[in-house]
Design a protein around this ligand. Structure first.
Ligand SMILES: [Zn+2]
Length: 125
Protein backbone atom coordinates (compact mmCIF):
# COMPACT_ATOMS: atom_id res chain seq x y z
CA UNK A 1 0.00 0.00 0.00
CA UNK A 2 1.29 3.44 -0.90
CA UNK A 3 2.14 5.55 2.08
CA UNK A 4 -0.18 8.55 2.17
CA UNK A 5 1.63 11.82 2.67
CA UNK A 6 -0.22 14.67 4.31
CA UNK A 7 -0.70 17.73 2.11
CA UNK A 8 2.00 19.76 3.85
CA UNK A 9 4.51 16.90 3.70
CA UNK A 10 3.68 16.44 0.04
CA UNK A 11 4.39 20.11 -0.66
CA UNK A 12 7.72 19.89 1.17
CA UNK A 13 8.60 16.71 -0.68
CA UNK A 14 8.13 18.66 -3.92
CA UNK A 15 10.46 21.37 -2.66
CA UNK A 16 13.12 18.83 -1.80
CA UNK A 17 12.88 17.68 -5.44
CA UNK A 18 13.22 21.27 -6.65
CA UNK A 19 9.55 21.63 -7.56
CA UNK A 20 6.81 23.95 -6.37
CA UNK A 21 3.77 21.72 -6.57
CA UNK A 22 0.29 23.02 -5.89
CA UNK A 23 -2.90 21.08 -5.20
CA UNK A 24 -5.65 21.83 -7.71
CA UNK A 25 -9.23 20.82 -7.14
CA UNK A 26 -10.72 18.36 -9.64
CA UNK A 27 -14.16 19.76 -8.84
CA UNK A 28 -13.77 23.51 -9.33
CA UNK A 29 -10.36 23.51 -11.03
CA UNK A 30 -8.88 26.07 -8.60
CA UNK A 31 -5.47 25.67 -6.97
CA UNK A 32 -4.94 26.55 -3.34
CA UNK A 33 -2.20 27.14 -0.83
CA UNK A 34 -1.27 26.22 1.83
CA UNK A 35 -2.03 22.60 1.03
CA UNK A 36 -5.13 21.10 2.63
CA UNK A 37 -6.90 17.79 2.38
CA UNK A 38 -9.94 19.41 0.82
CA UNK A 39 -10.54 22.38 -1.43
CA UNK A 40 -11.10 25.66 0.46
CA UNK A 41 -13.21 26.94 -2.45
CA UNK A 42 -15.77 24.17 -2.81
CA UNK A 43 -14.90 21.57 -0.17
CA UNK A 44 -14.01 18.94 -2.77
CA UNK A 45 -11.57 16.24 -1.74
CA UNK A 46 -10.40 15.16 -5.20
CA UNK A 47 -7.16 17.07 -5.65
CA UNK A 48 -4.47 16.71 -8.28
CA UNK A 49 -1.02 18.17 -7.80
CA UNK A 50 0.51 20.29 -10.54
CA UNK A 51 3.88 21.94 -10.81
CA UNK A 52 3.63 25.73 -10.64
CA UNK A 53 4.69 27.78 -13.66
CA UNK A 54 7.32 29.54 -11.59
CA UNK A 55 6.12 33.07 -12.27
CA UNK A 56 4.34 35.57 -10.09
CA UNK A 57 4.48 39.01 -8.58
CA UNK A 58 5.28 40.56 -5.23
CA UNK A 59 2.10 41.01 -3.21
CA UNK A 60 3.57 42.47 -0.01
CA UNK A 61 7.15 43.14 0.97
CA UNK A 62 9.04 43.82 4.18
CA UNK A 63 12.67 44.52 4.89
CA UNK A 64 13.97 42.60 7.88
CA UNK A 65 16.80 44.48 9.59
CA UNK A 66 19.84 42.45 10.48
CA UNK A 67 23.33 43.38 11.56
CA UNK A 68 25.86 43.40 8.72
CA UNK A 69 27.97 40.77 10.51
CA UNK A 70 24.90 38.49 10.49
CA UNK A 71 24.40 38.92 6.76
CA UNK A 72 22.72 42.32 6.54
CA UNK A 73 19.12 43.27 5.82
CA UNK A 74 16.99 40.88 3.86
CA UNK A 75 13.60 40.81 2.22
CA UNK A 76 10.55 38.85 3.24
CA UNK A 77 7.61 38.96 0.88
CA UNK A 78 4.29 37.43 0.10
CA UNK A 79 4.42 36.35 -3.51
CA UNK A 80 1.32 35.76 -5.60
CA UNK A 81 1.97 33.02 -8.11
CA UNK A 82 0.46 33.19 -11.58
CA UNK A 83 -1.83 30.39 -10.40
CA UNK A 84 -3.40 32.91 -7.99
CA UNK A 85 -2.13 31.49 -4.72
CA UNK A 86 0.06 33.38 -2.26
CA UNK A 87 2.97 32.16 -0.19
CA UNK A 88 5.79 33.51 1.93
CA UNK A 89 9.03 34.00 0.06
CA UNK A 90 12.08 36.18 -0.31
CA UNK A 91 13.32 38.16 -3.28
CA UNK A 92 17.00 37.49 -3.79
CA UNK A 93 19.44 39.23 -6.06
CA UNK A 94 18.49 42.85 -5.37
CA UNK A 95 18.59 45.15 -2.35
CA UNK A 96 15.61 44.63 -0.01
CA UNK A 97 14.56 48.27 -0.43
CA UNK A 98 14.33 47.78 -4.21
CA UNK A 99 11.66 45.10 -3.90
CA UNK A 100 8.35 46.69 -4.93
CA UNK A 101 4.77 45.56 -4.67
CA UNK A 102 3.58 44.32 -8.05
CA UNK A 103 7.10 43.55 -9.24
CA UNK A 104 7.10 40.53 -11.59
CA UNK A 105 9.30 37.75 -10.30
CA UNK A 106 10.55 34.32 -11.21
CA UNK A 107 9.71 31.86 -8.44
CA UNK A 108 12.02 28.95 -7.79
CA UNK A 109 13.17 26.53 -5.12
CA UNK A 110 16.25 27.77 -3.34
CA UNK A 111 17.81 27.26 0.02
CA UNK A 112 17.34 29.12 3.30
CA UNK A 113 19.53 27.96 6.16
CA UNK A 114 20.06 24.59 4.54
CA UNK A 115 16.38 23.84 3.92
CA UNK A 116 14.61 24.04 0.55
CA UNK A 117 12.43 27.14 0.36
CA UNK A 118 10.42 29.13 -2.16
CA UNK A 119 12.51 32.07 -3.38
CA UNK A 120 12.02 34.79 -5.98
CA UNK A 121 14.21 36.87 -8.20
CA UNK A 122 13.28 39.79 -10.45
CA UNK A 123 11.75 38.53 -13.70
CA UNK A 124 13.88 39.09 -16.76
CA UNK A 125 12.77 41.67 -19.28
ZN1 LIG B 1 -12.83 23.07 -5.39
Amino acid sequence: MERALGPDARFREGLSNGQINLPRCDGCDKPHFFPRINCPHCGGTALTWHQALGTGEVHTTTTVRRRPESGGDYNVCMVELSEGVRMMSRVDGIAPADVKIGMPVAVFVGDIDGAPAVLCKPAEG
